[in-house]
Design a binder for this molecule. Structure first.
Ligand SMILES: O=P(O)(O)OC[C@H]1O[C@](O)(COP(=O)(O)O)[C@@H](O)[C@@H]1O
Ligand SMILES: [Mn+2]
Length: 689
């Protein structure tokens, strides 16, 4: 139905009032816009283009959380698009291909280079056995050419099936320049069309003839993977525990469309990269705790020698078993592990001193109860907490001066200074921190859903918990906005005071009681290292975790963020869903979805699965759970795909179109603006260029 849109000159001559909504356009603005759309034709075709796009089905969004450095498993999920590629193959080929052929095609889409190499060597060995001669891997081997041709045609068909949801221009933009012409021709030609059969076959043959098949297959595979997942959301905790957070970050930096809602572990590394000594100490401590030298040394080239020397010079004594490195299989020798434990304790003591200093300079954070060193009786080897005396399981603090327990020794200060320089000079860490800042935020409202890693701090009554942030009492959405602003200030601030304050807030976001990224009464690091009594280890979750099952609480939170509660969802990570204990990822009658399914191996025993992916496409929402990932090598060799299991599906009433998404809202506004420019051309107020 075409609305008859009236167009009336506004009150003042240089303004335009358009349609029902009195949107006024400044003529100067339209003249500026005319530089981009210099003629009536140019602006008209854009209006038609945008109007077409808003009627396309909405692009598919994937949501994942708590990857915690598991880069091989994550990379596989990125490549198999959480099972969507396989589903596309089934939709495209049905039973015209055998299961084995479909699996082989899937592996080719996931790992094209490796699969081609495997095929070549298999054929070469076959030729050797058959022909008895050493058949060089000649790319003219008829068997190889035949395989190439078959898989190329299949890939083109699969690509065509994956591209149908998008405009030609969007697909073209996803193809590398040097293949745009060929792929577009093949995509828009039907290989069965009699008229163009020769033309189509000619293109395929020429690719084979000039030996461009490998590149062509790789480009097609990447294009298919790009088309099946339009946008990716990472709802926090990329870092820590697994060994490959730096590789996950590189995968995300290469991704065509991704946003990140920071997790507490992510802001810890942002703080460390931005110069927070206490965040740096804690990030190192956690890495040493998991013997994660890959991220520290290979990933970021951080210099551990000063810390190693400090550990060897001062921590030769006995240390608590709680400093044992928390990994099962490792290629590290016993004495390496012992050294890592000593380094972990050395940096843990530095961290406690630096935390003590921070708590003293930020009384508004109300964290005096989280200072420990001045409560220790070093003679008796005990500590007094809340009036209760506890025996320390490790009373050896060789670098702590009871008179000034929070002062760093000269050696410790030297280690901190050297480490800080090392973090600052790690170009890869700085690149990743920048990416987290550019693509990340504390929360995200996207296509009607609200994403944040942990919680919105609530009181027992379900009201938004108030918190003093830099002198302002904030709660709910404005509190999260305030925290978001502080993380960016920690990265961008030039003024040293401002930066120092922002960095202390970033540390609070990592472990503070009212942090929307942590949401627990305390991070019981000291207690878990030094005190045996389990009651001191208890981390009480924020009231949010008891109240989030109540639909009315979720509706109130959605309202706080301006969302329509009937169609919206809250999506969280942070707390693993204990599937084995019967816990559900879907809560509050479908209003809240928690997607921390234990991607991190450390959590898989209690979740019983290896992570979730939430898929939101034009038909609705679909949650899938992953099985533990073997290895990339097996996936390639045996076409072993880790296909997820469907957990729940929520169908939309009507198919969701681009016009129903945030991008669609923007496009509709742009259409109105462009129509104003068109009218201004037509009545001569703006001259065509
Ligand atoms: O298992 P570790 O390394 O001792 O860490 C335990 C700590 O990690 C936390 O669970 C925070 O990490 P997560 O955000 O990944 O849950 C703390 O609540 C807890 O004190
Ligand atoms: Mn977390």
């Amino acid at each position: 139905m075409v609305e008859v849109e009236s167009f009336v000159k506004g009150k003042q001559d240089n303004y335009y009032k358009y349609g029902g909504e009195p949107i006024l356009y400044d003529l100067n603005y339209l003249k500026l816009l005319a530089k981009q759309y210099p003629t009536v034709d140019a602006v008209s075709s854009e209006i038609v283009n945008f109007s077409a796009i808003i009627n396309l089905p909405k692009g598919t969004e994937h949501f994942m959380a708590d990857i915690h450095g598991e880069h091989e498993a994550f990379d596989h999920v990125m490549r198999n698009a959480s099972g969507v590629v396989k589903r596309k193959i089934d939709d495209t080929f049905g039973d015209t291909l055998t299961d084995a052929q479909k699996k082989e095609l899937a592996t080719l889409v996931y790992y094209p280079q490796e699969k081609i190499a495997l095929q070549k060597s298999a054929l070469a060995h076959f030729a050797e056995d058959e022909l008895g001669e050493h058949a060089a891997q000649n790319s003219k081997d008829p068997a190889l050419l035949e395989w190439y041709e078959i898989v190329m045609v299949r890939l083109i068909r699969l690509c065509r099936q994956s591209a149908y949801k998008y405009t030609h221009s969007k697909v073209r933009k996803a193809i590398p320049q040097h293949f745009q012409y060929i792929i577009e021709e093949l995509l828009h030609e039907n290989e069965h069309s009699v008229m163009k059969q020769g033309y189509y076959q000619g293109i395929v043959d020429s690719i084979l003839a000039i030996d461009r098949t490998d590149d062509f297959i790789v480009v097609l595979a990447e294009l298919i993977r790009k088309l099946v997942v339009d946008h990716l959301h990472i709802v926090g905790d990329i870092y820590d525990r697994g060994y490959g957070a730096h590789q996950v970050m590189d995968t995300l930096r290469r991704h065509h469309s991704v946003d990140i809602q920071w997790g507490n572990h992510d802001v810890l590394w942002i703080g460390a990269a931005c110069g927070s000594e206490v965040c740096m100490a804690d990030a190192l401590r956690v890495s040493l705790r998991y013997a994660n030298l890959e991220t520290i040394e290979e990933g970021y080239g951080l210099n551990l020698t000063p810390l190693m020397r400090l550990a060897l010079d001062h921590y030769q004594g006995e240390y608590a078993p709680t400093f044992q490195v928390k990994v099962k299989q490792t290629n590290l020798r016993e004495k390496d592990l012992d050294l890592l434990s000593r380094m972990q304790k050395a940096i843990a003591v530095i961290q406690m001193k630096l935390e003590g200093q921070l708590i003293m300079r930020r009384p508004e954070l109300q964290l005096a109860h989280r200072q420990f060193l001045h409560r220790i009786d070093f003679q008796a080897g005990t500590i007094t907490l809340n009036g209760q005396v506890y025996k320390l399981i490790d009373g050896d603090f060789p670098t702590v001066d009871p008179e000034q327990p929070y002062e760093l020794t000269k050696d410790e200060q030297n280690v901190v200074d050297k480490l800080k320089a090392s973090f600052q000079h790690s170009s890869d860490l700085q690149k990743h921190a920048r990416f987290l800042i550019d693509q990340g935020s504390i929360y995200k409202v996207y296509n009607g859903n609200l994403l944040y890693h942990a919680c919105i701090p609530l009181t027992a009554e379900g009201d938004f918990q108030e918190f003093e942030l830099c002198g302002r009492l904030l709660r709910g959405k404005v509190l999260l906005d305030g925290f978001d602003e502080m993380v960016r200030k920690a990265y961008y601030a030039q003024d040293s005071q401002e930066k120092a304050q922002a960095l202390d807030v970033v540390w609070y976001l990592w472990c503070g009681e009212n942090s929307p990224l942590f949401g627990k009464s305390k991070m019981a690091t000291f207690e878990r290292y030094f005190i045996a009594e389990k009651e001191t280890h208890k981390e009480v979750k924020n009231f949010y975790y008891a109240l989030r099952d109540d639909e009315s609480v979720c509706v109130r939170i959605m309202g706080e963020f301006g969302l329509n509660a009937t169609t919206s969802h809250i999506i969280n990570g942070h707390v693993p869903v204990k599937v084995t204990a019967g816990e559900e990822p879907i809560r509050a009658n479908g209003k809240l979805i928690t997607i921390d399914g234990g991607f991190a191996k450390a959590y898989q025993k209690e979740t019983g699965i290896a992570g979730y992916t939430l898929i939101f496409n034009s038909q609705g929402m679909h949650l899938v759970s992953h099985k533990p990932f073997e290895s990339r090598e097996r996936a390639i060799r045996e076409d072993l795909d880790i296909l997820p299991t469907s957990v729940f599906i929520e169908k939309n009433q009507a198919r969701m179109l681009v016009g129903d998404t945030d991008i669609g809202v923007g496009l509709k506004a742009d259409i109105v603006t462009l129509k104003s420019l068109l009218e201004a051309y037509r009545d001569g107020s703006v001259k065509e260029q």
